[in-house]
Structures are given as C-alpha cells and as structure tokens.
Design a protein around this ligand. Structure first.
Ligand code: ASP
Ligand code: MG
Length: 592
C-alpha cells in the first residue's frame, strides 16, 4: 500500500479547530487507499513560549533540559491529533521521537539524526492506524531526549518519508507554496509549480525561508519528492524535486537577506593558511560566514571580506580582531548597513549573460554594488540596506519572475514516488549515514585563466560595464568576485577560458584606461576546484577543512566562493593536481 507522510506546522495545529481540519486531511488520504503518517509541530507559538519560560528562570538553561522542555510542545500536539482522529471515527496512535526510534547524536538543541527504525511505525500502520509522530525530536544513545533545531519538524517528516520509502511527503503550512520571492515583500511574487532541490537550498540560504534547510538536504539525499501546500486551501502548492520548473530556466527566484554586515580584514599577508586563520577563529565562535571574498593579493597582501548576520557582528569583530593581530594584518573594517540580494536558477550554470543582466538592471536604477560572489546556480550582490527593497524588485522584474516561464508544466497532484535513479540498495546504504556530510564529487578545472581589474571607482554601473564589454566580445565568464575596495575603490576578478584570456585582457585594459585605473592583472592558468555535495553549509567545517588541507599542502587560495551545494576555490594553475589530491584525501571519509 502506498505510504504518505503529511506534516502540519505550528500554524496548522494552532487550535482545536485547526487540529480537526488537519485530522480530516489525514483521514481523507487514508480513505484514498494510503497508509498515512502525520508529523506535527508544537501548536502555534508554543515553542517560543516555552523558550521564554525557560529564560524567565535562567539566562543560560542547560541544553539537555531545554530539549526536555521543548519536546513537550510536540507531545501535546500528537496526543491532540490522535484524539481528533479518534473522534472522527478512525484509528490513530501517537508516538514521541523516542517511541518511533529516531536516534540522534547528543548535541542538544541541534541534534542530527543518526538512524530511524521503522518496525514500530510499520506495525502500527499495518494495524490500520494513522500514525501521529512528534516532529523535531529524537533520543540519543543514553536515552536523553534531543531536538533537531528550530523548524526541525520538516526534517522529521522528510526523514520518515525517506526511511518508509513514502510515495509523497506533503508539508502543510501557512503559505501555499514556494514563491519567486517573499510575497509579503513583493505582492507580484509568483508561486512556482515546481522547484529543484538545489534551487530551494540556495534560495533558502539566500533569505527565502520556507522549509528547514536540512529537510531539503534530506529530500535531495534520498530523492523524496516534497509537496509544499497550504493547510487552509486546496491550492496545488509547489513540488520540490530534482527538476526545475521549466527546462533551462536561468533564474527561478530572488531573495533578500536584509540584515547583513560586511567585515573586512585588511592587509592580510598573502600566504597559505592566512585565510584559514581568519575563518577558523570566526567558525570557532559558531558564527556562519556567508559571501566570502578574497582580493588577489597586491604587494604580498590581501584583503579578506565576508558577511555575517548583523546580530553576529559584535562577536565576529572580537574574533576577527584577534586573528588580525595574530596574522600581523593592517586592521579590520566593517559595514553593518548592508543587505544581500541573490538570484538563483539551475539554468544559469549553462547560460551566458545572466550576471550581466542582473548588474545592468541594478545600474539602471543607480544602485551601487558593494560586493559580488557567484557560484554555479547563484549570484549574490551586497548593496546598501536602504536600496535593498528596490534592488529586489529590480531583479525580480529584470528576470520577469512574475510570469510563468515558457515550458513550465503544471503539476498534476500525482507524485512519482522516490526520484529516479535511486535503487533500493543505494537508498539503504545512504540511510545508514542519515545526516552525514556527503561529498558527491570533487572536480578540477584547469582550463581557466583569471583577470583582475583593480582600483575601479566604486560607483553604480561598474560591474555592469565590465561584464557588458566582456560579453560583447563574446567571452563567457565563469566565476566573478567583487570585493570592497579601499578608499572608494573596488576590485573585480573573474575567470574565463584560457583561450579567451588575450581578448578578455584587451577589453580589461581598454576599460582600465577609460576609467583611469592601473593596468589589470591576470594569471594565464588557474585551477578551479569544486567540492560539491550535500550539507556543505550546515556542516560548517567543510570550508575550514578545505582551507586547512590546502594550507597544509602549501597552496595559496586566490578566489573563493561558497554556496549551499558547493565550495569553489581558485588556486594557481601549477598546483591544480596537487590541490585535487589534497582535497580527495581530506574528504575521503565523506565520499559517497
Ligand atoms: N516546534 C519547533 C519550532 O518551533 C519545531 C518546528 O516547528 O518545526 O521550531
Ligand atoms: Mg514551529
């Protein structure tokens, strides 16, 4: 019999009436001939209330007791949901995380799932029950209750769907799907019928939170099709699968992360391991760094910039100032009035002109770009916070995200079961490692060259001008980084294929002349290494391990970009093979 997992979030079980509505959806699915597992979150804002309660007692509650407390929220919901189903004349049984057999590690308040045993659920289902599972919780080896981090019920639902090989995982929430951008910010945002796992991961980390990111990583890892839909309407919702909404779609969504801060470590000695020192001191404080940009070193010195959440700025500065002293760097500067605007799309990996279009649209509105990073399927720019909303609207318009893309197929409710290409043996093998970091591939691209235009006047339209001219010359650009320059200057580095270097340099020289900047620099042969897989950002150690292994091999990193699904680094061409070997060795345990 097909199995369906339905997850109801806090707003969908906020009161008894809503619980009954959710119960009816579960019963309906069962009557349609499915076995049904329902995963629920705590009612309404209950988790927040419990946290407040703990804070009234003490500023620093022990993490173990926090989990003991927070897990009660979901326990209330499962019991009420089971009662609701009973009251409607159907069989149901509620279970806590421990009763289901969700084993986790012992990292309280952000535990990771290690394994799930399905025997008990299967027996209950075979007895004709709708099984109501508490989301967000598990148990460690010593029988301590653990929780999976805020929003973790999504992860429970997708993980259960994976182990039960469910035909579908429906996430019921208060929005009716995934939008091209946050509809609360922009009414013209459009609900997409479908989005791919990678796009969803990138969009979520770019500031568009619809689901717990780790749940998407799970879904991708196990090929679980996820159906996001509203608990209050019968709208079709959004399917999250391997495929994008339309073949070749360059941009599927745009996002704004409003409260960011930029930190720059100035004049870092440009030698192997310097970047590592900066990143590991910040990572040691459990602060997530985003847009990481390193200037190509001038006179043996480099500036390293990155962004963090504005709330993390004070702690970041403390850490970074310490690192700067250790390294003998010149100093630290920051800007806490910035926002990040990103566009995401699978199709941009194989198309030209996407970055130019974004830069051009912003230039036309006179919006200055402070920093740029690109990865295969995401382009992010940093802008002054006061321009963020206009910038979001501008790029949304430029890529016509309000219109259904040609070739978009309407989803048909019917779901195809576990994604293609996943045979049972493979799924079982993956399940043994549940949430482990998975490095799918490490690639070495030795075909590129780097061009850096330095000391560009930092004003609106500059990036657009550079990449327009490059595109006009018919040159395809791969990685782009723009760093915050000093004294109103910016540096832009990009990579092109080696055969295009002379032409790209010619254009760069003309531009530099025109703008009165020093001659551009270049490197005729660089090596680009990409580590891609699942959990690249949620396992914060990935970037650190990458830097560590390269530093240990004495290899200097020239350019960096990180994203949800990959980390790219550019190193000197002669070190490509050696860097590849270092990374293969470093991540041998995570290869799948
Ligand atoms: N109740 C938990 C929270 O509010 C888990 C969840 O809602 O997914 O974070
Ligand atoms: Mg919640």
């Amino acid at each position: 019999m097909p199995i369906i997992v339905q997850k109801f979030g806090g707003t969908s079980v906020a009161d008894s009436k809503k619980i009954l509505t959710a119960a009816r959806k579960a019963i309906r699915a069962q009557m349609e001939g499915n076995q049904v597992v329902v995963v629920v979150s705590a009612m309404g804002q209950n988790t927040d209330l419990l946290i407040d309660l703990a804070k009234e007692i003490t500023e620093s509650p022990p993490a173990r007791e926090m989990d003991m407390l927070l897990s009660t929220g979901e326990q209330v919901s499962v019991a009420l949901m089971a009662m609701a189903i009973h009251s409607l004349g159907h069989k149901a049984i509620s279970m806590t995380g421990a009763q289901i057999g969700i084993m986790t590690d012992s990292i309280h308040t952000k535990a990771r799932i290690r394994s799930i045993s399905t025997d008990r659920i299967r027996r209950a289902l075979d007895d004709g029950n709708i099984v109501i599972a508490a989301g967000f919780q598990g148990i460690d080896e010593a029988f301590n209750i653990t929780t999976l981090g805020r929003g973790g019920s999504d992860t429970t639902a997708v993980a259960l769907a994976a182990v039960l090989k469910a035909d579908s995982c429906e996430i019921y929430t208060d929005v009716d799907g995934v939008y091209t951008t946050d509809p609360r910010l922009m009414p013209e945002a459009r609900r997409t019928g479908r989005i791919s796992y990678d796009e969803m991961l990138e969009l979520a980390s770019a500031g568009a939170g619809v689901m717990h990111n780790r749940s998407i990583e799970f879904a991708k890892k196990f090929g679980v099709p996820v159906h996001v839909r509203s608990s209050f309407s019968d709208n079709p919702g959004t399917m999250i699968t391997c495929d994008p909404e339309a073949p070749g779609l360059a941009v599927c969504g745009a996002a704004k992360a409003k409260n960011e801060a930029r930190v720059t470590v100035l004049g870092v000695p440009d030698r192997p391991g310097a970047a590592l020192t900066v990143f590991s001191t910040v990572a040691a404080k459990n602060i997530a760094m985003d847009m990481i940009v390193q200037n190509v070193g001038a006179q043996g010195h480099a500036d390293i910039s990155f962004t963090v959440l504005r709330d993390d700025l004070p702690a970041t500065l403390t850490a970074v100032e310490e690192a700067a002293r250790q390294l003998g760097a010149e100093g630290v500067s920051y800007d806490d009035n910035v926002s990040k605007i990103s566009v995401v799309g699978l199709g941009m990996a194989t198309q030209t002109g996407v970055a130019e279009k974004m830069f051009r649209s912003l230039a036309e509105r006179g919006i200055n770009i402070l920093m740029i990073t690109t990865s295969e399927i995401k382009i992010s720019v940093l802008v002054a916070r006061q321009h963020a909303q206009e910038a979001l609207r501008t790029v949304h318009e430029a890529f016509q995200l309000h219109l259904t893309p040609p070739g978009a197929d309407e989803i048909d409710g019917g779901i195809s079961g576990l994604a293609r290409g996943n045979n049972t043996a493979e799924i079982v093998a993956r399940l043994e490692r549940m949430e482990a970091l998975i490095v799918e591939d490490i690639t070495l691209d030795q075909s590129q060259a780097r061009v850096t235009v330095i000391e560009l006047p930092d004003m609106p339209g500059l990036a657009a001008q550079v990449f327009d001219e490059i595109a006009e010359a018919g040159i395809v650009v791969d990685m782009i980084v723009q760093s915050v320059g000093r004294e109103g200057h910016a540096n832009i580095s990009f990579t092109v294929s080696q055969e295009d270097l002379p032409e790209a340099l010619k254009v760069a020289h003309e531009l530099a002349d025109l703008l009165g900047c020093p001659p551009p620099t270049s490197c005729p042969k660089v090596a680009k290494l990409s580590v891609f897989g699942i959990g690249m950002k949620s396992h914060t150690s990935v970037a650190i391990r990458l830097f560590q292994s390269l530093a240990a091999a004495g290899i200097n990193v020239d350019m960096i970009s990180t994203s949800e699904v990959r980390v790219n680094v550019v190193v000197d061409g002669q070190h490509g093979q050696q860097a590849l070997e270092a990374l293969e060795k470093e991540f041998a345990d995570a290869r799948f």
